[in-house]
Design a protein around this ligand. Structure first.
Ligand code: PGA
Length: 261
């Protein structure tokens, strides 16, 4: 894991977007794994800016989103289909047929999950997967005790996640309790992973994921098993890391190491 601590959330978003753009520049038909939630919004804004002002081209890109609420139609303002369209897809030039988001309204979830996994495989796998982290340490909707080998499936959301997400719904009782989500095993197959976290309320989960034991109680900790994970944090999200000074030391010195960029 490479831990990159930034002063602010804006710095974090710019640094992560730059990394994604460099993957796209090296591979114009890159397959991107997309995340929803408040955390990646700054990254999406920056990618949109790069598209508009610097000609960053998405015309050959394919995307797969991590998850969707079960039961919300694509037109529902809290569905992840809606979120992605509003915040990203309508502002860049990804061909519509290259955009994949799990369905929250299929009548056969089992078949859909298998098809989704198959589509990722047929696309050649995900080149770079963007992830947020839940305050309970989840990645996508892989709640505590999810199998670290899990694949795309239906998950029952944890009480903590439902409470965290209630802020987006008029009535807290409207928060769906099920989601369709890529599994931890699915996520770990991405070539490269970018984990983002900002704010004090993520500090505990980040410390557990990065420095704690690998455990299904904090599914983000499974990322320790992946060979290429970049963790972009702001100062607040990094505030409970025991080794924060070491990570800053590495950031400062790594560019000078033999063979580094
Ligand atoms: P957030 O959600 O970005 O809205 O904090 C992150 C997550 O639950 O994965």
């Amino acid at each position: 894991m490479e831990i990159i601590v930034n002063e602010t959330c804006e710095d974090m978003s710019r640094a992560a977007a730059k990394e994604i753009a460099s993957v796209m520049n090296a591979k114009p038909d890159a397959v991107l794994g997309m995340a929803t939630g408040s955390t990646p919004l700054g990254v999406y804004n920056e990618l949109v800016r790069m598209h508009r002002e610097e000609g960053l081209d998405f015309s050959q890109v394919t995307t797969f989103n991590l998850d969707e609420y079960v039961g919300l139609p694509v037109t529902h303002t809290q569905s992840y289909h809606y979120f992605m369209r509003e915040n990203f897809f309508q502002h860049v030039n990804i061909p519509r047929q290259n955009i994949y988001i799990p369905s929250g309204t299929t009548d056969n979830y089992r078949a859909f999950c298998e098809w989704y996994e198959h589509r990722i495989e047929q696309a050649g796998g995900i080149d770079v997967q963007i992830l947020g982290i839940g305050s309970d340490g989840h990645i996508a909707f892989n709640e505590p005790t999810s199998s670290l080998g899990s694949r795309t499936r239906i998950k029952t959301l944890a009480k903590q996640t439902i409470d965290d997400n209630a802020r987006f719904f008029e009535d807290p009782a409207d928060v769906p309790i099920y989601a369709i989500t890529m599994g931890v095993g699915t996520i770990l197959e991405a070539e490269r992973i970018i984990l983002l976290a900002n704010g004090e309320n993520k500090a505990r989960a980040v410390a557990a994921a990065v420095e704690g034991p690998v455990t299904s109680m904090i599914t983000a900790s499974a990322l320790q098993m992946h060979p290429e994970v970049l963790v972009f944090l702001d100062n607040q999200a990094a505030s409970q890391l025991e080794m924060a000074e070491y990570y800053r030391w590495i950031q400062h010195n790594m560019p000078g190491a033999p063979g580094m960029r």
